[in-house]
Design a protein. Sequence first.
Length: 298
Amino acid sequence: MASGFQNYKIGVGREDSMVIFNSANLTFGELSKCILKNNWSPGVFRDNYRKLDNFISADVIGLDIDEGMGIEQCKLVLDSAGMKYVIAPSKSHQKPKPKKGVEVVCDRFRVILFLSETCTNSAQLKATIKHVCKELSITGDKQAMEAARYFAPSTSIYASRIFGKTIDLVAPESLKQVKREPFVIAESFALQNLTAASKEFLATGGQDGQRNKAILHVAANLKGEGSELEGALALVEAALNLSCDRAKVEQHLKTFKYAWDHYDGFRKPQKSQSTMEKINHLIEKYKNGRSKFIGKVG
């Protein structure tokens, strides 16, 4: 049984950035409040710049539950196992979300579990998350298992337990880090209809002078095929890190977010309009309103 009276380091997102996550040393209660107001990551990062290569350590793990397991069922599992935990619904909890052309309403939430010791190896952290999900039969989103993943603010605390068991680290299959191209990750999203241009961007990060247009294209393509925003941002950020410096990464992520917010073709599909036509329409819309946006960063 672990003490509830100790601090845990997490990364807390800055309001104006999706990659700057400042390290925060929080109590159990402070952490529970923090995740309701901020983007956050279980990890802390060198120079406070959130990417896998900068991972320093983690004191907690975060699980993203999206379909498959109900929130009350998850609580019962964790209580039965005597775990120390926080369960917090996401903003899409019990709200309709499109999936393969069908609006799906279900429980969507995050689970925070606490490590018995600080983890300083990203491969070991991922292996530990996989092990926990298997042992507790929790169907966590595989895309949320990377050490650099972040979570958007939750809407409330559904349940928590301050005194309980913590998670022991497990050895990864291999401590050797294998560098994978972003599109290898994209394939695990089960997105079958990415365009050639999207695949090229995710594999290379795009070319100078053409990157804005490529980002608009990728945003429309990923959203049109039903990807989640957080997962899509992780893909695009990984791609941009291959080809851009830190300042440009942030500018391009803002462009991507703008494009995502302004593309709604998959919510109201028009049978007479192809995906490519929708993408081209978005690009023209962006060009026409660019002076009101963030400027060209190419």
